[in-house]
Ligand binder design. Structure first.
Ligand code: ATP
Ligand code: MG
Length: 149
């Protein structure tokens, strides 16, 4: 059993990466789709009870955001794996500006998330951590985790 936690601002490529790597194996928990924390909590609990691998495809910028999931997952016997999406703010803003409808986030919101974004630490309860670098053309490089950048 495995919970994968994505960490990264808007338009960093999280949902694209999910579709490429986890679509067939991990259920996707995404607040934009579920709309409320209450509905998210129901699905989270269902996954834990069913022992269903899943990805939390939210921005999860701070340790506090991540603690919403990590202790519950660990208590249920899940391995906790983090993927940190590092992308420059100007690139995120440019990609966001090209999106349409509900996907297009007000620039203020993107800025606020990138300002709060904190690199994850082992002490939060991760069993594995990865750096993901979007390299254009819908491609990503997954790098070995470095504690200091
Ligand atoms: N590696 C990449 N190279 C170039 N463009 C990319 C890459 N990954 C994603 N994109 C583009 O960037 C935009 C944002 O991607 P995506 O929707 O996956 O981001 P997200 O992190 O899920 O954002 P949000 O947090 O707002 O849901 C999309 O238009 C997508 O096509
Ligand atoms: Mg997304």
């Amino acid at each position: 059993m495995e919970m994968i936690l994505f960490i990264g601002g808007q338009a960093a490529g999280k949902s694209t990466f999910y579709q490429q790597h986890f679509r067939d194996t991990h259920l996707r928990i995404n607040l934009d789709m579920l709309r409320t924390r209450h509905r998210e909590a129901i699905l989270l609990e269902a996954c834990l009870r069913m022992k269903q691998p899943f990805v939390v495809d939210n921005t999860n910028p701070t340790p506090e955001d991540r603690q919403r999931y990590i202790p519950l997952a660990r208590a249920a016997g899940f391995r906790v794996v983090g993927y940190y999406f590092a992308i420059r703010l100007e690139i995120a803003l440019r990609r966001n500006a090209r999106r349409e409808g509900r996907q297009l986030i007000p620039e203020k919101g993107v800025l606020a998330t990138y300002r709060r974004l904190q690199r994850p630490a082992w002490s939060e309860g991760f069993d594995a951590l990865h750096d993901v670098r979007p390299v254009g053309g819908q491609r990503f490089i997954v790098e070995v985790w470095r504690d200091e950048l």
